[in-house]
Write a protein that binds this ligand. Structure first.
Ligand code: SF4
Length: 482
C-alpha cells in the first residue's frame, strides 16, 4: 500500500455530519441551552436562584446573556441541577436530540477500523473488562488506541489531577529535527495501527497542550495526515485567547475540542471571549470545586479528603440523583502513549484506581525510542507479545479482581461491584468458568480438570477463550513481567 493510500482519511471522518440535522435557528437555541447547562453545572448558586424566582426565569436568564424560554427549561434546575430531564417540551426535546448526537459520535469514535487483529482483540477485551469493572461509567470512555504527550509534565498542577502529572520539565519543539521526528512518528503509527487510530489520537495525556507553544502546528500536522485533528482538552483556554482561537480554527466546526473549566471566573471569561455558537461543539467541562460533575477518585484526588468533599457537594447539587459509583478513572486509552519530549512509549489500559494502579490505568509495557522506526518496531513487537488470544501459559487462571460467579440452570452471572454480565449456562462454559473461579490451575491443568469432568479439549479451550475474550479472566500484568 502506498503512503498516500495509508494516509487516506478513514471513510467515516465527517463526525460533524452527525450534528448536521440542526438548522441555523436550532443551532442558535442549542448553543444557548448548552451555555445554560454549563452555568448550572459550575455554579452552585444558579439552580436555587432560578428555582426561587418562578415566572422570572426569562429575565434571570437574560441577565446571563441567554434568550431562552425558561418555562420550557425549568426541569433542568427545578429540583436541584438535573442534566438529564425528560424531554417533554420542544426545547428539552431539541437538547435531548443534540445529546444523542454526541452519544452517537462517541460510539463512532470507539469503532477504530484497521487495527492489527491481535491488538483489536486485546482492545475489545480491555473494553469488556472495563464494562464490568467500571459499570456504566465505562460507556463514557472513548478508548483511543494512541495518544501523544507533547511535553513532559504539566504547568497547571490541579489538585484533582487523575493522571498525577508531574511538574513541567520538558517541551517537544517543532524545530527542524522535531518536525521531522513528529511527521515520521505519525506516519509510522499510521502504518502499523491504521489512519483511524491516528485520527482519534489525543495529543495530550498527563500534559497541558498550552505548555507547548507549537501545539497548534503539531496538531495541524496530525490533522493533515489523518484527515481530522484528534481530541484536545485544555485547562488554559483563557490563558491566550489568540492561541485558543487558533485551536478553534483547526477544529473548524468539528467536535473534539474540550475546555477544562477550573473556576467560575474562568467560565465567565470563556463565555465573554466566545459566543455560544462559536463553542457549540466545544465541551466546557466544569472542574471547579463546587461543580456538579463528580471527579474521578484517581491520581492526586486519592490523597486527602478534598475529593470526598467535592464528591459530596456534587451529589448535593444533583439532589440525590444517582451519580456513577465507580468513577475511578479518567484514563481512556487502551493502547500506546508516546511522550515526544522524552521519547518514551508505553502500552496502557484503563482500570479502576487501586493501590497498585492509583492513576486508573494499567501499564502493560514500556520502552524508549530514538527514531520513528523504533516506534513502529515497538508497537509491532509489543502487540505480538502482549496481546494473546488465550490466557498466557504458566499463570494461574482466575476471574478478574472482585468478580464473583453465580450460576443457575439458565445463566452464568458474573458480578463486580459495578456491573453484571450474563452468559448462557452452556455446560462446557459453566464447567470451565467454575474451574476458573477457583483460581488454582494454569491453562493446561485447568483443561485437564475439565477433561476429568467430561468436557472435551476443544470445547474446553473454546470456553476458556470465550471467557478470556469477554474480559472475565484476570489479565492484570504480573508485577515485574513487563
Ligand atoms: S488535570 Fe490536566 S491540566 Fe490539571 S494538572 Fe493534570 S494534566 Fe495538568
Amino acid at each position: 500500500m502506498t503512503l498516500a493510500a495509508l494516509m487516506a482519511p478513514p471513510p467515516e471522518t465527517a463526525a460533524e455530519d452527525l450534528f448536521a440535522w440542526a438548522d441555523a435557528g436550532q443551532r442558535e437555541l442549542i448553543a444557548q441551552i448548552k451555555r445554560l447547562v454549563e452555568l448550572l453545572a459550575a455554579d452552585p448558586g444558579l439552580a436555587p436562584a432560578l428555582g426561587q424566582t418562578p415566572g422570572q426565569g426569562r429575565r434571570a436568564l437574560a441577565g446571563r446573556g441567554l434568550e431562552l424560554d425558561a418555562a420550557q427549561l425549568s426541569p433542568l434546575w427545578r429540583d436541584g441541577f438535573n442534566p438529564w430531564p425528560k424531554a417533554h417540551t420542544p426545547l428539552l426535546a431539541l437538547w435531548d436530540r443534540w445529546l444523542r448526537s454526541h452519544a452517537a459520535h462517541r460510539a463512532r469514535l470507539r469503532a477504530i477500523a484497521g487495527l492489527p487483529p491481535a491488538l483489536a482483540a486485546w482492545r475489545d477485551r480491555q473494553m469488556a473488562r472495563c464494562a464490568l469493572e467500571l459499570g456504566p461509567f465505562a460507556n463514557r470512555l472513548d478508548y483511543p488506541v494512541l495518544a501523544f504527550e507533547l511535553s513532559k509534565g504539566c504547568s497547571i498542577g490541579c489538585w484533582f489531577c487523575a493522571l498525577e502529572a508531574p511538574r513541567l520539565s520538558a517541551v517537544f519543539r517543532r524545530d527542524d529535527r522535531g518536525a521531522k521526528l513528529w511527521r515520521e512518528t505519525l506516519a509510522a503509527c499510521a502504518e502499523v495501527l491504521g489512519p483511524a487510530a491516528l485520527a482519534n489520537a489525543p495529543c495530550y495525556w498527563a500534559s497541558e497542550p498550552a505548555d507547548n507553544p507549537d501545539y497548534p502546528d503539531l496538531l495541524a500536522d496530525l490533522a493533515a495526515l489523518a484527515g481530522r485533528p484528534g481530541p484536545t482538552t485544555t485547562a488554559a483556554a483563557t490563558g491566550d485567547i489568540g492561541w485558543t482561537r487558533a485551536l478553534l480554527a483547526i477544529y473548524d466546526g468539528r467536535p473534539g475540542l474540550r475546555f477544562s473549566v477550573l473556576s467560575l471566573e474562568m467560565l465567565a471569561a470563556i463565555h465573554a471571549a466566545f459566543s455560544p455558537l462559536e463553542l457549540l461543539l466545544v465541551d466546557c467541562l466544569a472542574q471547579n470545586e463546587a461543580s456538579a460533575i463528580p471527579k474521578s477518585r484517581s491520581g492526586r484526588a486519592r490523597r486527602g479528603g478534598r475529593w470526598l468533599a467535592a464528591r459530596q457537594a456534587a451529589e448535593a447539587r444533583l439532589a440525590g440523583r444517582a451519580t456513577d459509583p465507580r468513577r475511578e478513572t479518567t484514563a481512556c486509552l487502551a493502547g500506546f502513549k508516546l511522550n515526544m519530549a522524552e521519547q518514551t512509549i508505553e502500552l496502557l489500559s484503563p482500570c479502576a484506581a487501586s493501590d497498585r494502579w492509583p492513576r486508573g490505568y494499567r501499564l502493560h509495557a514500556e520502552g524508549s525510542f530514538a527514531t520513528a522506526e523504533d516506534v513502529g518496531r515497538f508497537i509491532k513487537q509489543t502487540a505480538e507479545r502482549l496481546t494473546p488470544q488465550s490466557p498466557p501459559p504458566g499463570r494461574a487462571i482466575g476471574l478478574g479482581h472482585g468478580v464473583v460467579l453465580r450460576h443457575n440452570a439458565h445463566a452464568l452471572e458474573f458480578t463486580s461491584a459495578a456491573a453484571k454480565m450474563r452468559l448462557p449456562a452452556e455446560p462446557a462454559l459453566a464447567r470451565v468458568a467454575g474451574l476458573a473461579a477457583q483460581g488454582k490451575w494454569d491453562a493446561a491443568a485447568l483443561l485437564d480438570q475439565a477433561a476429568a469432568a467430561g468436557v472435551g479439549p476443544l470445547e474446553a479451550m473454546a470456553a476458556l477463550e470465550a471467557l478470556f475474550a469477554r474480559g472475565l479472566l484476570d489479565d492484570d500484568p504480573p508485577a515485574g513481567e513487563r
